[in-house]
Design a protein around this ligand. Sequence first.
Ligand code: NDP
Ligand code: MG
Length: 389
Amino acid sequence: MKRVSIFGATGSIGQNTIDLISRDPESYDVVALSGGKNVSQLADDARKLGADVAVTSEPALLPELRERLSGSGVEAAAGPEALVEAARRPADWVMSAIVGAAGLPPGLAALEQGATLALANKESMVCAGPLVMQTAEANGGRVLPVDSEHSAVFQALIGEDLAAVERVIITASGGAFRDWPLENLAEATPEQAATHPNWDMGQRITIDSASMFNKALEVIETKEFFQIDPALIEVLVHPESMIHALVGFRDGALMAHVGPPDMRHAIGFALHHPERQALPVERLDLVKLGKFTFREACDARWPALRLAREVMQTGGLSGAVFNAAKEHALDAFIDRRIGFPAMAEVVEQTINRVSAESGLIAAGITLDNVQAADHLARVTADAIIKKRH
Ligand code: NDP
Ligand code: MG
């Protein structure tokens, strides 16, 4: 039996992971499940899967979680420290699917106990890529990508020599506003931004797809995951979302990963790696699809892509600042305190101010420093947002 834990179990990736393991309950021993506000879903899944412990990130919801789990034999816990404690419980395979920088500490704790970390939480790589990779290496753990583009690149690289890679292209649907006139973006609402043309995902990543902050995070994730020179990483808009990434080699070959927009492929690949097992994913009818199209991803529409390149150039803790500023600006957009195009402006101003006023950017990438940079970026972004009014 494979011992598995799922962090962010109540979310979109978490529920898809549960869907896969529930199809074969004999093969899995569920150690820990975590959620946030949705303790009803968390308790139901923890009962159904017979988890050892269920953790909500919200301490105020612990009594409700306890109540819902009473008589089940599942332990209840709450708060960020309880998440880390749960991640320290021995497991073979741990899904990291919390949204945001909050996913980093439990992911590191899972790697410290030598688990294989299936990483959907791209924020971990953006904030602390070198720390994540070193923690895995030092403890005999392993990180496997779950983000569809990175799973695609990983699969295209199997058996290949990284030195022969000439370019890595990750694709983007372009999100909800791909075809909107630029001048209309200032009026875009959170509800409009949270509608994705192809993928069914959590609210935050869906809005990040419209702004391309999601792709910006993924470009940085690509650099950190595969140790690829940023100059070799490209983004292409591919409205059909069927080709997730392409890897170009020096002999001119371009290996594309093609599949329907269903995260259960990438989750299942990471769950069964190095084997390939059958997955309940639609088989594409290529004749019916007829064609795949591509467009350039322009910086004028999606300034987040330019910011990602600047962050990679600066290095250090600039990724943590970038991510936290983005998370804070996204909160402000969801709360209707700023407009859609203002998110990128706030992030850029935050990076500039933090870089100018603090030596923190150049500090070492430790968990403490990442959390300090994260905090400083949120405070700075907040001040910038308040000043706009
Ligand atoms: P969701 O918003 O659907 O789910 C997020 C999960 O994290 C939920 O379980 C939520 O709990 C929990 N959570 C929220 N805030 C906190 C917090 N502060 N501390 C601990 N737990 C918290 O997100 P997705 O599943 O869409 O995304 C999860 C991660 O996977 C993100 O990093 C995203 O970028 C990445 N990803 C997602 C893809 C997708 O298809 N959805 C594709 C590729 C990557 P609750 O809901 O109970 O409040
Ligand atoms: Mg992705």
